[in-house]
Design a protein around this ligand. Sequence first.
Ligand code: FAD
Length: 366
Amino acid sequence: MMKYDYLIVGAGLYGAVTARELTAKGRKCLVIDKRSHTGGNIYTENIAGINVHRYGAHIFHTDNKKIWNYVNSLVEFNRYTNSPIANYRGQLYSLPFNMNTFYQMWGCVSPKEARERIERQKAESGIEVPRNLEEQAISLVGKDIYETLIKGYTEKQWGRRCVDLPAFIIKRLPVRFTFDNNYFNDRYQGVPIGGYTSLIDKMLGDTEVHLGTDYFSDRERWDASAEKIVYTGEIDRYFDYRYGRLQYRSLDFQTELLEGEANYQGNAVVNYTDADTPFTRIIEHKHFEFGLQPDTVITKEYPKEWKPGDDPYYPVNDEYNSRLYEKYRTLANEQSRVIFGGRLAEYRYYDMHQVIESALNRVAGL
Ligand code: FAD
């Protein structure tokens, strides 16, 4: 007799939602995670009374009322609205591109003036069919915005020049002709009061969780422990990299506690859009929860090429990796006892609300 109905590999958001729902259906679950904490990439760690987003800034946003009600039934969310600021060589601009940005950049005070300015720059560029990301961006928003707010940031993010990046990466760019600095268009947005760890704790409830436990350290034992497995780790690893490794972009996070500094930058997210500053953004975590603590914690984000051993953050959605993933997916579909879910097992960028929706849909059929 197997001890558990389900072994869930990964205590991230996908694993936690799955554990909660299966437990509610009366199934006996065991969750294991190789990290020393639950939450996966949404884990928040309390430093000096501030909830620090250890794996990058996370803002919950969704248009889906069902998902919004689901998370709010577990923890309370605040009214945080993501309104990043761009710092280009000491000049500040509002993001996403909107009337505030156009006023800061050109002194335009009406939408008509701003539209004309952008249209003129697009026409001057003479680009008809964009051949790369640079041409695509200029043909969408004109030269000034591209050079000040897109070029340096994108080149740091991808580690390549915009002229060497494919145009499809930016199919659209959000441009608003209203004075609206809200980054997202979704109806619902916020951050859990008390951090994301409180949300995950609620989801995992009384489910048995073993931390610091790598599934691959004793695969046979774990496979024998449950009838079924929900696997949320890297899909290529599951199949021992049979067809080769999937590629990612990674990030280095440098976090500092600034003692006695109550407010470092006045905003949770400040993007550094010039090419010379080596990091892409600075996160000041207290502002996600309107913190008034005497100290502050900031994190600088340095994008980097992923190599084995680094944390895999962003899948690379090019042809090589998409084909490789399809091969692994074919193998995964043959595993009748294993469910592959979440950002690593499905090799796709998922926002939090999408992960929750995907896990709920999957569990509904079990
Ligand atoms: P993960 O959180 O990665 O969880 C997988 C877990 O499996 C991990 O804890 C891992 O340790 C564990 N695991 C893997 N292999 C093994 C193994 N062999 N044995 C045991 N355990 C294993 N989404 C938003 O909605 N808003 C945002 O603002 C936002 N910002 C983001 C910023 C960054 C920098 C990144 C990278 C992502 C961001 N996201 C955001 C996306 C969000 O992080 C994901 O949607 C979510 O974390 C995915 O959850 P998951 O469970 O699929 O994966």
